[in-house]
Design a protein around this ligand. Structure first.
Ligand SMILES: *[C@@H]1O[C@H](CO)[C@@H](O)[C@H](O)[C@H]1NC(C)=O
Length: 209
């Protein structure tokens, strides 16, 4: 599992580079002073956080179907002053831990409330202790699809090696067969003068009798 943090970091970096500078198509935006943006994505039935521009100052994501917020979804929004995550069916497992601590350090009240797990139902995310969100497999969940891909690659490599091995063996067999044929030919050539003289002697004896 040592590679998981690296893979996650790469994923987060890639995710970061995917964030555009424009208004997300799912949302409506208005411009503030200095090019800062108010992004209103509320009541859009969203199941995923859209790609958000760096200039986002106010972000409204309330009343959607967000069950989770990927780690690092908001970290690049250094102009963010307001975020509303209320009325979303949030699953408060360890995936939300980075979000929780980030909101805390930024001093933002998002209004996020947990729906699941049952023990945390109705509890504001800001009041959930990080230890209470430890019950998921964390990096394993995030990396499991990388592991599956790795397994497939490994299997593919194994099949390739097997095919190479079979190929090599077939070639070895072919070499062997050719050598046998050559030696057979040599044997036949060695015997043909003997057979010829025997034939001649036989014919001569038949003629003389
Ligand atoms: C978030 O939006 C809801 C309306 O959906 C509002 O009642 C609530 O006060 C807002 N919370 C914050 C922190 O802005």
């Amino acid at each position: 599992m040592w590679f998981c943090p690296k893979v996650m970091l790469l994923g987060i970096l890639l995710l970061g580079s995917c964030h555009g500078d424009n208004c997300p198509t799912e949302c409506s935006c208005s411009t503030l002073a200095l090019g800062k943006l108010i992004i209103d994505c509320s009541r859009r039935e969203l199941q995923k956080v859209p790609a958000l521009p760096v200039a986002t100052q106010e972000l409204y994501l309330q009343q959607n179907q967000l069950s989770t917020i990927p780690p690092g979804a908001f970290e690049h929004l250094n102009a963010l002053r307001k975020v509303n995550l209320s009325h979303n069916p949030l699953h408060c497992d360890c995936t939300l831990r980075p979000l929780r601590s980030w909101l805390d350090t930024e001093g933002l009240d998002s209004g996020a409330v947990c729906l699941t797990p049952p023990a945390l139902r109705g509890k504001p995310l800001a009041l959930v202790a990080p230890g209470q969100m430890a019950s998921c497999l964390g990096p394993l969940t995030l990396c499991s699809h990388f592991l599956v891909t790795d397994a497939f690659l490994f299997l593919f490599l194994l099949i390739l090696l097997l095919l190479m091995f079979l190929c090599l063996r077939t070639f070895q067999g072919m070499k062997f067969r050719i050598r046998v044929n050559e030696s057979e030919m040599r044997v036949r050539n060695n015997w043909s003068p003997v057979i010829g003289s025997l034939k001649r002697r036989f014919l001569a004896s038949v003629k003389s009798s």
